[in-house]
Design a protein around this ligand. Structure first.
Ligand code: IPE
Ligand code: MG
Length: 252
């Protein structure tokens, strides 16, 4: 009851403030959440976390945010965590996340990351979901970062620039002399999106951990102590209010 009143009051406050176009979320703390909840298999934290993304997207849509990037797994997570956990995570990406986006017509899906790090079935399911959602009109842009590293994205973008130059037979010295920021931006995993205005990281970790290196250069960052599956709509609204107040002060 009180929570409902508070939420409505926050929504009203947020609606009057400048809003981010692009919100990026680092969904951290799934395993700690599961441990704290006394679950015997901490992978269940990932299941709750993946399902929680659906709610988060509903809150974002409700707040008028049209571009969301969600970090599901880093390249490091995939190469360093034990294979049973990675298999479980990939299953969730294929089922919970890809299926949800097919049903939820509010979003066009994009995928950012090194898809060759993923099992074939996961890469295929995500690519199919990208295709199935591509032509949605009046939809927002949802990017799933999976097998993702910000540094590798920039390296891959530069590789794209060089491949393009090689294909058109350009001289490398000219390419180097004329290289611009736009050349890199055009070759990011998902070109054409606005930069991230606001990055939210849950679970109390105060790091960026190789997320959105290029797109988060000017981002505001909000850290929240709750573990990802426990993150509530009011926590999103508070982050949006902090963002909006800061913007209203710096760009009145
Ligand atoms: C976030 O939860 C999801 C992934 C990184 C795949 P974690 O798995 O990092 O959970 P904690 O941080 O260990 O609690
Ligand atoms: Mg973590």
């Amino acid at each position: 009851m009180i929570y409902g009143l508070y939420k409505r009051s926050l929504r009203r406050q947020v609606a009057k403030l400048p809003q981010p176009k692009h919100v990026a979320i680092v969904m951290d703390g799934n395993r700690r959440w599961a441990r704290q909840a006394g679950l015997s298999d901490v992978r269940l934290g990932h299941r709750f976390g993946a399902q929680h993304l659906e709610q988060f997207l509903t809150w974002c849509a409700g707040a008028g945010i049209t571009c969301v990037t969600a970090w599901v797994a880093s390249a490091d997570n995939i190469s360093r965590r034990d294979s049973a956990e990675v298999d479980y995570l990939m299953q969730l990406a294929e089922t919970v996340i890809a299926d949800h986006v097919r049903r939820d017509h509010r979003w066009r899906l994009h995928v950012a990351g090194q898809l060759d790090l993923l099992p074939d079935s996961t890469a295929r399911a995500l690519k199919e979901a990208v295709e199935a959602t591509r032509d949605r009109v009046n939809a927002g842009d949802l990017t799933i970062a999976i097998g993702y590293s910000g540094r590798l994205e920039v390296v891959d973008a530069l590789r794209g620039v060089l491949d393009e130059a090689a294909a058109s037979g350009r001289d490398l010295t000219d390419v180097a002399a004329e290289l611009t920021e736009d050349d890199i931006t055009r070759h990011l995993y998902v070109p054409g999106l606005p930069d991230a205005d606001l990055v939210i990281r849950t679970s109390g970790e105060l790091r960026m951990s190789d997320f959105l290196l290029w797109q988060a250069t000017h981002s505001d960052i909000e850290f929240c102590d709750l573990y990802w599956p426990a993150f509530r709509e009011i926590d999103l609204l508070r982050a949006l209010r902090t963002y909006g107040r800061r913007k209203a002060l710096t760009h009145p």
